[in-house]
Design a protein around this ligand. Structure first.
Ligand SMILES: Cc1cc2nc3c(=O)[nH]c(=O)nc-3n(C[C@H](O)[C@H](O)[C@H](O)COP(=O)(O)OP(=O)(O)OC[C@H]3O[C@@H](n4cnc5c(N)ncnc54)[C@H](O)[C@@H]3O)c2cc1C
Length: 462
Protein backbone atom coordinates (compact mmCIF):
# COMPACT_ATOMS: atom_id res chain seq x y z
CA UNK A 1 0.00 0.00 0.00
CA UNK A 2 1.35 3.41 -0.98
CA UNK A 3 1.85 5.80 1.94
CA UNK A 4 -1.22 8.00 2.42
CA UNK A 5 0.86 11.14 1.92
CA UNK A 6 1.80 10.06 -1.60
CA UNK A 7 -1.65 8.88 -2.53
CA UNK A 8 -3.08 12.21 -1.39
CA UNK A 9 -0.54 14.14 -3.48
CA UNK A 10 -1.39 12.23 -6.64
CA UNK A 11 -5.14 12.57 -6.15
CA UNK A 12 -5.04 16.23 -5.09
CA UNK A 13 -6.34 17.33 -8.51
CA UNK A 14 -9.27 14.89 -8.24
CA UNK A 15 -8.91 14.08 -11.93
CA UNK A 16 -8.98 10.51 -13.12
CA UNK A 17 -8.11 9.47 -16.64
CA UNK A 18 -9.83 6.39 -18.08
CA UNK A 19 -8.18 3.00 -18.38
CA UNK A 20 -7.60 1.80 -21.94
CA UNK A 21 -10.50 -0.23 -23.30
CA UNK A 22 -10.69 -1.70 -26.78
CA UNK A 23 -8.59 -0.90 -29.82
CA UNK A 24 -7.13 2.61 -30.24
CA UNK A 25 -4.96 4.15 -32.95
CA UNK A 26 -2.39 6.95 -32.59
CA UNK A 27 0.59 8.37 -34.42
CA UNK A 28 2.73 8.06 -31.29
CA UNK A 29 2.24 5.89 -28.22
CA UNK A 30 4.24 6.84 -25.12
CA UNK A 31 4.49 4.30 -22.31
CA UNK A 32 5.06 5.86 -18.87
CA UNK A 33 3.38 8.97 -17.50
CA UNK A 34 6.20 10.54 -15.50
CA UNK A 35 8.14 13.68 -16.38
CA UNK A 36 9.93 11.96 -19.30
CA UNK A 37 6.76 10.69 -20.94
CA UNK A 38 4.79 13.89 -20.35
CA UNK A 39 7.54 16.34 -21.42
CA UNK A 40 8.13 14.24 -24.54
CA UNK A 41 4.44 14.28 -25.41
CA UNK A 42 4.06 18.02 -24.73
CA UNK A 43 7.20 19.11 -26.58
CA UNK A 44 6.39 16.90 -29.57
CA UNK A 45 2.84 18.25 -29.76
CA UNK A 46 4.12 21.83 -29.45
CA UNK A 47 6.31 21.28 -32.50
CA UNK A 48 3.72 19.37 -34.53
CA UNK A 49 0.15 19.96 -33.24
CA UNK A 50 -1.29 17.63 -35.89
CA UNK A 51 0.27 14.52 -34.37
CA UNK A 52 -2.09 12.25 -32.47
CA UNK A 53 -0.27 11.28 -29.25
CA UNK A 54 -1.44 8.77 -26.65
CA UNK A 55 0.13 8.02 -23.24
CA UNK A 56 -0.29 4.69 -21.46
CA UNK A 57 0.47 4.86 -17.75
CA UNK A 58 0.46 1.63 -15.77
CA UNK A 59 -0.61 3.28 -12.51
CA UNK A 60 -1.35 7.01 -12.08
CA UNK A 61 0.70 9.67 -13.83
CA UNK A 62 3.37 10.56 -11.28
CA UNK A 63 3.11 7.28 -9.35
CA UNK A 64 6.75 6.55 -10.19
CA UNK A 65 9.67 8.75 -9.17
CA UNK A 66 8.10 11.89 -10.69
CA UNK A 67 5.35 12.22 -8.09
CA UNK A 68 7.43 11.39 -5.05
CA UNK A 69 10.87 12.96 -5.43
CA UNK A 70 12.56 15.59 -3.29
CA UNK A 71 11.61 18.36 -5.70
CA UNK A 72 15.18 19.66 -6.15
CA UNK A 73 15.43 20.97 -9.71
CA UNK A 74 19.17 20.73 -10.33
CA UNK A 75 21.55 21.05 -13.26
CA UNK A 76 24.53 19.11 -14.51
CA UNK A 77 27.14 21.73 -13.61
CA UNK A 78 28.38 19.79 -10.56
CA UNK A 79 29.04 16.83 -12.88
CA UNK A 80 30.95 18.88 -15.45
CA UNK A 81 34.21 16.91 -15.10
CA UNK A 82 32.42 13.62 -15.81
CA UNK A 83 30.56 15.17 -18.75
CA UNK A 84 33.84 16.45 -20.20
CA UNK A 85 35.56 13.08 -19.75
CA UNK A 86 32.68 11.25 -21.45
CA UNK A 87 31.65 13.63 -24.22
CA UNK A 88 34.42 16.21 -24.71
CA UNK A 89 34.54 19.85 -23.66
CA UNK A 90 32.23 21.39 -26.28
CA UNK A 91 29.37 18.98 -25.61
CA UNK A 92 29.94 19.19 -21.85
CA UNK A 93 29.61 22.99 -21.95
CA UNK A 94 26.49 22.74 -24.13
CA UNK A 95 24.88 20.22 -21.77
CA UNK A 96 25.62 22.28 -18.65
CA UNK A 97 24.09 25.34 -20.32
CA UNK A 98 21.09 23.33 -21.50
CA UNK A 99 20.56 21.93 -18.01
CA UNK A 100 20.63 25.46 -16.57
CA UNK A 101 18.19 26.64 -19.23
CA UNK A 102 15.89 23.69 -18.40
CA UNK A 103 15.33 25.07 -14.90
CA UNK A 104 14.19 28.35 -16.43
CA UNK A 105 12.01 26.59 -19.04
CA UNK A 106 10.22 24.53 -16.38
CA UNK A 107 9.46 27.67 -14.35
CA UNK A 108 8.28 29.56 -17.46
CA UNK A 109 6.07 26.65 -18.54
CA UNK A 110 4.44 26.42 -15.10
CA UNK A 111 3.76 30.18 -15.06
CA UNK A 112 2.36 30.24 -18.59
CA UNK A 113 0.16 27.18 -18.11
CA UNK A 114 -1.03 28.03 -14.61
CA UNK A 115 0.62 24.99 -13.02
CA UNK A 116 0.96 25.69 -9.30
CA UNK A 117 3.96 23.45 -8.73
CA UNK A 118 5.30 25.68 -5.93
CA UNK A 119 8.22 26.50 -8.24
CA UNK A 120 10.76 28.58 -6.32
CA UNK A 121 13.84 29.66 -8.22
CA UNK A 122 16.05 30.19 -5.17
CA UNK A 123 19.16 28.24 -6.15
CA UNK A 124 21.07 25.46 -4.46
CA UNK A 125 23.87 25.13 -1.93
CA UNK A 126 26.41 22.31 -2.18
CA UNK A 127 27.90 22.14 1.29
CA UNK A 128 30.48 20.32 3.40
CA UNK A 129 29.30 18.85 6.68
CA UNK A 130 32.69 17.58 7.81
CA UNK A 131 36.32 18.55 7.16
CA UNK A 132 36.84 15.71 4.65
CA UNK A 133 34.11 17.19 2.43
CA UNK A 134 35.54 20.72 2.41
CA UNK A 135 36.82 21.68 -1.05
CA UNK A 136 35.48 18.61 -2.89
CA UNK A 137 33.83 20.81 -5.52
CA UNK A 138 36.92 23.03 -6.03
CA UNK A 139 38.24 21.13 -9.09
CA UNK A 140 34.86 21.28 -10.86
CA UNK A 141 34.46 24.98 -10.04
CA UNK A 142 37.91 25.73 -11.46
CA UNK A 143 37.13 23.77 -14.63
CA UNK A 144 33.74 25.47 -15.08
CA UNK A 145 35.30 28.92 -14.67
CA UNK A 146 38.08 28.07 -17.13
CA UNK A 147 35.35 27.27 -19.68
CA UNK A 148 33.52 30.53 -19.03
CA UNK A 149 30.68 28.95 -17.06
CA UNK A 150 29.72 31.05 -14.05
CA UNK A 151 27.61 28.36 -12.44
CA UNK A 152 28.77 28.77 -8.84
CA UNK A 153 29.92 31.30 -6.28
CA UNK A 154 31.90 30.32 -3.20
CA UNK A 155 30.30 31.77 -0.08
CA UNK A 156 31.93 32.64 3.25
CA UNK A 157 31.32 29.93 5.87
CA UNK A 158 28.96 32.12 7.92
CA UNK A 159 26.85 32.85 4.86
CA UNK A 160 26.59 29.13 4.03
CA UNK A 161 25.37 28.41 7.57
CA UNK A 162 22.94 31.34 7.42
CA UNK A 163 21.38 30.54 4.05
CA UNK A 164 21.18 26.81 4.67
CA UNK A 165 19.66 27.39 8.12
CA UNK A 166 22.19 25.05 9.73
CA UNK A 167 25.61 25.46 11.36
CA UNK A 168 26.29 21.86 10.38
CA UNK A 169 27.12 23.17 6.92
CA UNK A 170 30.74 24.23 7.41
CA UNK A 171 31.48 25.48 3.90
CA UNK A 172 29.82 25.54 0.51
CA UNK A 173 29.16 26.94 -2.93
CA UNK A 174 25.96 28.47 -4.24
CA UNK A 175 24.38 28.22 -7.66
CA UNK A 176 21.43 30.38 -8.66
CA UNK A 177 20.60 27.91 -11.48
CA UNK A 178 18.33 25.68 -9.41
CA UNK A 179 14.80 25.62 -8.08
CA UNK A 180 12.50 23.54 -5.93
CA UNK A 181 9.02 22.24 -6.75
CA UNK A 182 6.24 20.16 -5.26
CA UNK A 183 6.94 17.13 -7.48
CA UNK A 184 3.43 15.66 -7.63
CA UNK A 185 1.90 19.03 -8.44
CA UNK A 186 4.38 19.41 -11.29
CA UNK A 187 3.69 16.01 -12.83
CA UNK A 188 -0.08 16.29 -12.36
CA UNK A 189 0.05 19.79 -13.84
CA UNK A 190 1.92 18.49 -16.90
CA UNK A 191 -0.73 15.79 -17.21
CA UNK A 192 -3.51 18.38 -17.15
CA UNK A 193 -1.81 20.54 -19.79
CA UNK A 194 -1.08 17.50 -21.96
CA UNK A 195 -4.75 16.54 -21.93
CA UNK A 196 -5.78 20.11 -22.74
CA UNK A 197 -3.45 19.97 -25.75
CA UNK A 198 -5.34 16.94 -27.03
CA UNK A 199 -2.89 14.27 -25.87
CA UNK A 200 -4.94 11.24 -24.84
CA UNK A 201 -3.92 9.72 -21.49
CA UNK A 202 -4.93 6.32 -20.15
CA UNK A 203 -4.06 5.51 -16.54
CA UNK A 204 -4.08 2.12 -14.76
CA UNK A 205 -3.25 0.65 -18.17
CA UNK A 206 0.10 -1.13 -17.99
CA UNK A 207 1.67 -2.15 -21.27
CA UNK A 208 1.96 -5.94 -21.27
CA UNK A 209 3.85 -6.38 -24.52
CA UNK A 210 4.12 -4.96 -28.04
CA UNK A 211 4.79 -6.20 -31.52
CA UNK A 212 7.56 -4.19 -33.17
CA UNK A 213 6.08 -4.24 -36.70
CA UNK A 214 5.03 -1.25 -38.82
CA UNK A 215 2.63 -0.14 -37.44
CA UNK A 216 3.36 -1.55 -34.02
CA UNK A 217 0.70 -2.80 -31.63
CA UNK A 218 0.92 -2.25 -27.87
CA UNK A 219 -1.18 -4.57 -25.70
CA UNK A 220 -2.73 -3.88 -22.31
CA UNK A 221 -5.03 -6.25 -20.42
CA UNK A 222 -8.20 -4.65 -21.82
CA UNK A 223 -7.10 -3.01 -25.04
CA UNK A 224 -4.47 -2.24 -27.64
CA UNK A 225 -2.89 0.75 -29.34
CA UNK A 226 -1.80 0.62 -32.95
CA UNK A 227 0.81 3.32 -33.52
CA UNK A 228 3.52 4.40 -35.95
CA UNK A 229 6.03 5.16 -33.21
CA UNK A 230 6.56 4.08 -29.61
CA UNK A 231 8.44 5.78 -26.77
CA UNK A 232 9.38 3.76 -23.71
CA UNK A 233 9.57 6.14 -20.76
CA UNK A 234 9.27 3.75 -17.84
CA UNK A 235 12.46 4.70 -16.00
CA UNK A 236 13.49 2.09 -13.39
CA UNK A 237 10.94 -0.39 -14.78
CA UNK A 238 12.94 -0.64 -18.04
CA UNK A 239 15.45 -3.02 -16.43
CA UNK A 240 12.76 -5.60 -15.68
CA UNK A 241 11.06 -5.22 -19.06
CA UNK A 242 13.98 -5.72 -21.43
CA UNK A 243 16.82 -8.20 -20.93
CA UNK A 244 19.27 -5.89 -22.72
CA UNK A 245 18.73 -3.17 -20.11
CA UNK A 246 18.94 -5.39 -17.04
CA UNK A 247 22.58 -4.45 -16.44
CA UNK A 248 22.44 -0.90 -17.78
CA UNK A 249 21.05 0.49 -14.52
CA UNK A 250 21.06 -0.39 -10.84
CA UNK A 251 17.66 0.19 -9.26
CA UNK A 252 18.19 1.87 -5.94
CA UNK A 253 15.92 3.62 -3.47
CA UNK A 254 15.92 7.24 -2.50
CA UNK A 255 14.26 7.77 0.88
CA UNK A 256 12.48 10.85 2.24
CA UNK A 257 10.99 12.25 5.44
CA UNK A 258 8.89 15.39 5.88
CA UNK A 259 7.99 17.22 9.09
CA UNK A 260 4.78 18.78 10.30
CA UNK A 261 4.41 22.48 9.61
CA UNK A 262 6.90 24.52 11.65
CA UNK A 263 7.27 27.83 9.78
CA UNK A 264 8.36 29.84 12.84
CA UNK A 265 11.17 27.45 13.70
CA UNK A 266 12.36 27.39 10.09
CA UNK A 267 12.29 31.15 9.90
CA UNK A 268 14.31 31.40 13.10
CA UNK A 269 16.87 28.96 11.65
CA UNK A 270 17.29 31.22 8.61
CA UNK A 271 15.93 28.77 6.03
CA UNK A 272 13.46 31.24 4.62
CA UNK A 273 13.25 30.49 0.90
CA UNK A 274 13.17 27.60 -1.57
CA UNK A 275 16.91 26.93 -1.69
CA UNK A 276 17.89 23.25 -1.76
CA UNK A 277 20.88 22.09 0.27
CA UNK A 278 23.01 19.07 -0.61
CA UNK A 279 26.06 17.94 1.31
CA UNK A 280 29.10 16.37 -0.38
CA UNK A 281 28.72 12.71 0.50
CA UNK A 282 28.71 10.05 -2.17
CA UNK A 283 25.00 9.51 -1.46
CA UNK A 284 24.19 13.03 -0.42
CA UNK A 285 21.80 14.24 2.24
CA UNK A 286 19.53 16.82 0.64
CA UNK A 287 16.90 19.02 2.19
CA UNK A 288 14.63 21.96 1.53
CA UNK A 289 11.71 23.73 3.10
CA UNK A 290 8.19 23.77 1.65
CA UNK A 291 6.14 26.94 1.17
CA UNK A 292 3.79 25.84 3.97
CA UNK A 293 6.68 25.64 6.42
CA UNK A 294 7.75 22.00 6.53
CA UNK A 295 11.23 20.57 6.17
CA UNK A 296 11.88 17.59 3.95
CA UNK A 297 15.11 15.62 3.89
CA UNK A 298 16.18 12.74 1.70
CA UNK A 299 19.07 10.45 0.91
CA UNK A 300 19.66 8.09 -1.99
CA UNK A 301 21.59 4.84 -2.29
CA UNK A 302 19.84 2.88 0.46
CA UNK A 303 18.07 -0.23 -0.87
CA UNK A 304 19.29 -1.96 -4.02
CA UNK A 305 16.91 -4.10 -6.07
CA UNK A 306 17.99 -7.54 -7.20
CA UNK A 307 18.26 -7.50 -11.00
CA UNK A 308 15.36 -5.69 -12.64
CA UNK A 309 12.84 -6.69 -9.97
CA UNK A 310 10.98 -3.87 -8.25
CA UNK A 311 10.80 -4.64 -4.50
CA UNK A 312 7.47 -3.87 -2.77
CA UNK A 313 9.32 -1.84 -0.13
CA UNK A 314 9.78 0.88 -2.80
CA UNK A 315 6.07 1.63 -2.47
CA UNK A 316 5.92 1.78 1.32
CA UNK A 317 7.06 3.89 4.24
CA UNK A 318 10.82 4.27 4.29
CA UNK A 319 12.65 1.67 6.39
CA UNK A 320 15.26 4.44 6.80
CA UNK A 321 12.85 6.93 8.40
CA UNK A 322 14.67 6.68 11.75
CA UNK A 323 18.14 7.45 10.41
CA UNK A 324 16.79 10.20 8.13
CA UNK A 325 15.03 11.77 11.14
CA UNK A 326 18.29 11.67 13.10
CA UNK A 327 20.06 13.36 10.18
CA UNK A 328 17.32 15.99 10.01
CA UNK A 329 17.75 16.70 13.73
CA UNK A 330 21.52 16.85 13.19
CA UNK A 331 21.01 19.69 10.72
CA UNK A 332 18.18 21.30 12.71
CA UNK A 333 18.37 20.52 16.45
CA UNK A 334 15.59 23.06 17.01
CA UNK A 335 13.16 20.76 15.13
CA UNK A 336 13.70 17.84 17.53
CA UNK A 337 10.17 18.11 18.92
CA UNK A 338 8.45 18.58 15.55
CA UNK A 339 6.71 15.36 14.48
CA UNK A 340 7.55 13.65 11.20
CA UNK A 341 4.40 13.66 9.06
CA UNK A 342 5.42 11.01 6.56
CA UNK A 343 8.22 8.95 5.12
CA UNK A 344 8.40 7.22 1.77
CA UNK A 345 10.84 6.03 -0.83
CA UNK A 346 10.91 5.12 -4.48
CA UNK A 347 13.01 3.71 -7.28
CA UNK A 348 15.86 5.56 -8.96
CA UNK A 349 17.59 4.32 -12.09
CA UNK A 350 21.32 4.66 -11.47
CA UNK A 351 23.33 4.34 -14.70
CA UNK A 352 27.04 3.55 -14.85
CA UNK A 353 27.89 7.10 -15.94
CA UNK A 354 25.38 8.89 -13.68
CA UNK A 355 23.68 10.34 -16.81
CA UNK A 356 20.54 9.26 -18.63
CA UNK A 357 20.81 7.63 -22.03
CA UNK A 358 18.48 7.56 -24.99
CA UNK A 359 18.28 5.43 -28.09
CA UNK A 360 16.41 3.27 -30.55
CA UNK A 361 15.40 -0.16 -29.26
CA UNK A 362 17.41 -2.79 -31.17
CA UNK A 363 18.18 -0.05 -33.72
CA UNK A 364 14.51 0.34 -34.75
CA UNK A 365 13.84 3.96 -35.82
CA UNK A 366 10.25 3.80 -34.57
CA UNK A 367 10.89 2.55 -31.01
CA UNK A 368 12.67 5.03 -28.75
CA UNK A 369 13.63 4.98 -25.08
CA UNK A 370 15.20 7.21 -22.46
CA UNK A 371 16.06 6.59 -18.80
CA UNK A 372 18.97 6.40 -16.32
CA UNK A 373 18.64 9.82 -14.66
CA UNK A 374 20.43 8.43 -11.60
CA UNK A 375 18.34 10.14 -8.96
CA UNK A 376 18.59 13.58 -10.51
CA UNK A 377 15.87 13.89 -13.10
CA UNK A 378 13.47 16.69 -12.18
CA UNK A 379 15.35 19.23 -14.32
CA UNK A 380 17.04 16.78 -16.75
CA UNK A 381 13.72 15.11 -17.70
CA UNK A 382 12.90 18.36 -19.50
CA UNK A 383 16.02 17.69 -21.58
CA UNK A 384 14.83 14.11 -21.99
CA UNK A 385 11.73 15.62 -23.59
CA UNK A 386 13.90 17.74 -25.89
CA UNK A 387 15.90 14.68 -26.95
CA UNK A 388 13.00 12.28 -27.45
CA UNK A 389 10.80 14.83 -29.23
CA UNK A 390 13.69 15.65 -31.59
CA UNK A 391 14.19 11.94 -32.27
CA UNK A 392 10.46 11.38 -32.80
CA UNK A 393 10.30 14.25 -35.28
CA UNK A 394 13.43 13.02 -37.12
CA UNK A 395 15.14 16.36 -36.58
CA UNK A 396 18.83 16.94 -37.21
CA UNK A 397 19.86 19.09 -34.26
CA UNK A 398 22.20 19.24 -31.25
CA UNK A 399 19.94 16.81 -29.40
CA UNK A 400 19.77 14.09 -32.07
CA UNK A 401 23.53 14.45 -32.64
CA UNK A 402 24.31 14.29 -28.90
CA UNK A 403 26.24 11.27 -27.59
CA UNK A 404 23.44 10.95 -25.03
CA UNK A 405 21.43 9.25 -27.80
CA UNK A 406 23.89 6.38 -28.17
CA UNK A 407 22.26 4.13 -25.58
CA UNK A 408 23.88 2.88 -22.37
CA UNK A 409 27.56 3.77 -22.05
CA UNK A 410 28.37 1.02 -19.58
CA UNK A 411 27.02 -2.03 -17.80
CA UNK A 412 27.01 -3.19 -14.20
CA UNK A 413 28.16 -6.75 -13.40
CA UNK A 414 25.55 -9.51 -13.66
CA UNK A 415 23.64 -10.78 -10.62
CA UNK A 416 24.35 -11.89 -7.98
CA UNK A 417 27.64 -9.92 -8.19
CA UNK A 418 25.87 -6.58 -8.75
CA UNK A 419 23.63 -6.95 -5.72
CA UNK A 420 26.43 -8.18 -3.47
CA UNK A 421 28.88 -5.60 -4.83
CA UNK A 422 26.41 -2.71 -4.49
CA UNK A 423 25.74 -3.56 -0.86
CA UNK A 424 29.45 -4.07 -0.15
CA UNK A 425 30.30 -0.66 -1.62
CA UNK A 426 27.32 1.03 0.08
CA UNK A 427 28.39 -0.34 3.48
CA UNK A 428 32.00 0.72 2.90
CA UNK A 429 30.82 4.23 2.03
CA UNK A 430 28.68 4.36 5.16
CA UNK A 431 31.67 3.36 7.35
CA UNK A 432 33.94 5.82 5.56
CA UNK A 433 31.50 8.69 5.96
CA UNK A 434 30.81 7.84 9.60
CA UNK A 435 34.56 7.98 10.24
CA UNK A 436 34.79 11.32 8.44
CA UNK A 437 31.85 12.69 10.43
CA UNK A 438 33.77 11.73 13.60
CA UNK A 439 37.01 13.26 12.22
CA UNK A 440 38.59 9.80 12.16
CA UNK A 441 40.72 8.34 9.38
CA UNK A 442 38.55 5.86 7.37
CA UNK A 443 39.87 2.39 6.69
CA UNK A 444 41.92 2.19 3.50
CA UNK A 445 39.74 -0.59 2.11
CA UNK A 446 36.61 1.55 2.64
CA UNK A 447 38.28 4.50 0.90
CA UNK A 448 39.16 2.26 -2.02
CA UNK A 449 35.68 0.75 -2.29
CA UNK A 450 34.13 4.22 -1.99
CA UNK A 451 36.11 5.33 -5.03
CA UNK A 452 34.28 2.73 -7.13
CA UNK A 453 30.99 4.54 -6.53
CA UNK A 454 32.60 7.93 -7.04
CA UNK A 455 34.05 6.94 -10.40
CA UNK A 456 30.92 8.21 -12.14
CA UNK A 457 31.23 11.65 -10.63
CA UNK A 458 30.21 13.55 -7.53
CA UNK A 459 27.00 15.28 -6.63
CA UNK A 460 24.61 12.51 -7.58
CA UNK A 461 21.62 11.91 -5.40
CA UNK A 462 21.31 8.18 -6.02
C1 LIG B 1 12.37 9.37 -3.49
C2 LIG B 1 13.02 10.02 -4.68
C3 LIG B 1 13.56 11.30 -4.54
C4 LIG B 1 14.11 11.94 -5.65
N1 LIG B 1 14.52 13.24 -5.51
C5 LIG B 1 14.93 13.92 -6.61
C6 LIG B 1 15.22 15.31 -6.52
O1 LIG B 1 15.06 15.94 -5.47
N2 LIG B 1 15.68 15.93 -7.65
C7 LIG B 1 15.85 15.27 -8.83
O2 LIG B 1 16.28 15.88 -9.80
N3 LIG B 1 15.51 13.97 -8.95
C8 LIG B 1 15.05 13.29 -7.89
N4 LIG B 1 14.67 11.98 -8.03
C9 LIG B 1 14.72 11.36 -9.36
C10 LIG B 1 13.56 11.84 -10.26
O3 LIG B 1 12.36 11.81 -9.53
C11 LIG B 1 13.49 10.95 -11.51
O4 LIG B 1 14.74 11.00 -12.18
C12 LIG B 1 12.40 11.36 -12.49
O5 LIG B 1 11.17 11.56 -11.85
C13 LIG B 1 12.27 10.29 -13.59
O6 LIG B 1 11.10 10.56 -14.34
P1 LIG B 1 10.60 9.49 -15.40
O7 LIG B 1 9.40 10.02 -16.04
O8 LIG B 1 11.74 9.10 -16.28
O9 LIG B 1 10.27 8.20 -14.54
P2 LIG B 1 9.01 7.89 -13.57
O10 LIG B 1 8.49 9.12 -12.93
O11 LIG B 1 9.46 6.80 -12.65
O12 LIG B 1 7.91 7.38 -14.56
C14 LIG B 1 7.90 6.07 -15.09
C15 LIG B 1 6.45 5.67 -15.20
O13 LIG B 1 6.34 4.46 -15.95
C16 LIG B 1 5.22 3.77 -15.43
N5 LIG B 1 5.29 2.37 -15.88
C17 LIG B 1 6.12 1.40 -15.45
N6 LIG B 1 5.85 0.26 -16.12
C18 LIG B 1 4.84 0.51 -16.97
C19 LIG B 1 4.12 -0.26 -17.93
N7 LIG B 1 4.39 -1.56 -18.14
N8 LIG B 1 3.14 0.34 -18.65
C20 LIG B 1 2.85 1.65 -18.48
N9 LIG B 1 3.49 2.42 -17.57
C21 LIG B 1 4.48 1.87 -16.83
C22 LIG B 1 5.35 3.95 -13.93
O14 LIG B 1 4.11 3.70 -13.26
C23 LIG B 1 5.80 5.40 -13.84
O15 LIG B 1 4.72 6.29 -13.64
C24 LIG B 1 14.17 11.28 -6.92
C25 LIG B 1 13.68 9.98 -7.05
C26 LIG B 1 13.10 9.35 -5.95
C27 LIG B 1 12.56 7.96 -6.11
Amino acid sequence: MRPFWLEQSLFADGELAPALQGAQRADICIVGGGYTGLWTAIQTKQQNPLLDILILEGDLCGAGASGRNGGCVLTWSAKFLTLRRLFGETEAIRLVKASEAAVQHIGDFCRKQGIDAEFRHDGTLYTATNLAQVGTLDPVMTALEACGLQSYAKLPAQEVARRSGSAKNLAGVYSSHAATVQPAKLVRGLRRVARQMGIRIFERSPMLCFSPDHPLVVQTSAGSVTAKKLVLATNAWMAGMFAQFERSIAIVSSDMVITEKCPDLLERSGLVDGVSVLDSRTFVYYYRSTPDGRLMLGKGGNIFAYGGRMPVVFDQHSPYAGSLTNALHGFFPSLAQVPITASWNGPSDRSVTGFPFFGKLNGADHILYGFGYSGSGVGPCYMGGQILSSMLLDLDNDWTRSPLTRGPLGYFPPEPFRYLGSNLVRNAIRRKERAEDDNRQPWLVDQWLGKLANAAGKADKA
